[in-house]
Design a protein around this ligand. Structure first.
Ligand code: ZN
Length: 329
């Protein structure tokens, strides 16, 4: 069995979280969000995250009615207001680091728009290389090499998805605490380089969770069903829009139990595990797209957003946190 990687989600650097704020006056160091679980932060006080991970970015701001948006590697990151008792006011954005983002330091340029008081902040985000697995798969030839007709179908399906996901819900729809859609064995690891019938293919952009045919598949969080499909590769699938450019996907279902436009809640059953599309056996392919970046869905379970009723044990400061749900090695 291939052991999954245990990627870092964020690294605590202590109770103080400093961010460098670039404004016309130059670089100012600010202490923000004391007591907030620390996000990925590089040694220079700025942010870092591995390929396929989620970096929680906090922007201090008093103007809670402001529009806050960031640009990172050409992608848009939408922020939402997040105020916790006793903490400075501010906005939070979930920055998805795509599995194939180039390692190195990139700029996240944040624009705070509030009528006359527009300003910008620049952060450095260090993308760290993830060591992805290599998987060798043997599949029937017709499932790998598409004939002309199937290729045309696949292209049309790609367009359909692109169109459906082109306009994000402008409101954050998700709530604290994310749900693992199926409790099962992870059989296809996120980011794996896939060699199909001896040929290198696109890396695996989700996690495969093996479970018996007909097992319930739950939505990871609240959202609106943006698209349901029956596609050549993903089989029967559901795309849930959680708002602000954050989508979760559930593929290879035997049955889809929701329809486009439905509002779903965290834990609501959206379908049943199946083996439709390109699948060698019953499993759920769980995928997440965050501002256009393909991220490890298990990173959601480690985000510092937990329901208040939960007695979550905070991670010791300074220790790395692994992607929850990763089976013990
Ligand atoms: Zn998969």
């Amino acid at each position: 069995m291939i052991q999954p990687s245990v990627p870092l989600v964020w690294r605590g650097t202590g109770k103080r979280l400093s961010v460098a704020m670039l404004c016309c006056a130059g670089v100012v160091l600010l202490d923000v969000f004391c007591g907030f679980p620390p996000s990925a932060s590089g040694s220079d006080g700025q942010y870092s995250g591995k390929q396929g991970q989620i970096v929680v970015i906090k922007v201090p701001a008093d103007e809670m009615s402001a529009q806050v948006q960031g640009k990172f590697l050409g992608r848009t990151v939408k922020f939402f207001p997040e105020t916790r008792p006793g903490e400075p006011k501010g906005f939070v954005g979930l920055l998805g680091v795509d599995m194939q983002d180039k390692p190195g330091t990139h700029e996240l340029a944040v624009q705070i728009t509030d009528g006359e008081h527009d300003r910008s902040i620049s952060y450095h985000v260090r993308v760290l290389k993830e060591k992805f697995h290599v998987e060798h798969l043997k599949l029937p030839k017709d499932k790998v090499d598409l004939d002309e007709q199937s290729l045309a179908r696949w292209k049309g399906e790609q367009e359909q998805v692109k169109e459906a996901l082109a306009s994000d819900s402008e409101k954050k729809l998700w709530q604290p605490s994310f749900v693992e859609p199926v409790n099962g064995r992870r059989t296809g690891i996120f980011g794996s380089v896939r060699i199909m019938n001896g040929q290198a293919r696109n890396p695996h952009n989700g996690e495969d969770i093996g479970a018996p045919l007909g097992t319930d598949v739950a939505a990871t969080n609240d959202g609106v069903v943006r698209l349901t499909v029956d596609h050549i590769f993903s089989g029967k699938g559901v795309f849930v829009d959680h708002g602000l450019g954050f989508y979760s996907m559930y593929f290879h279902l035997s049955e889809v139990l929701v329809k486009e436009g439905d509002l779903v809640r965290a834990g609501q059953i959206v379908g049943k595990v199946g083996a439709t599309g390109r699948a060698t056996g019953p499993h759920l392919h769980w995928g997440v797209k965050l501002n256009g970046a393909r991220v490890n869905p298990y990173a959601l379970l480690d985000l510092p957003f937990k329901a208040e009723t939960q007695s979550a044990t905070p991670s010791p400061v300074g220790e790395s946190v692994s992607a929850a749900g990763a089976p013990a090695p």
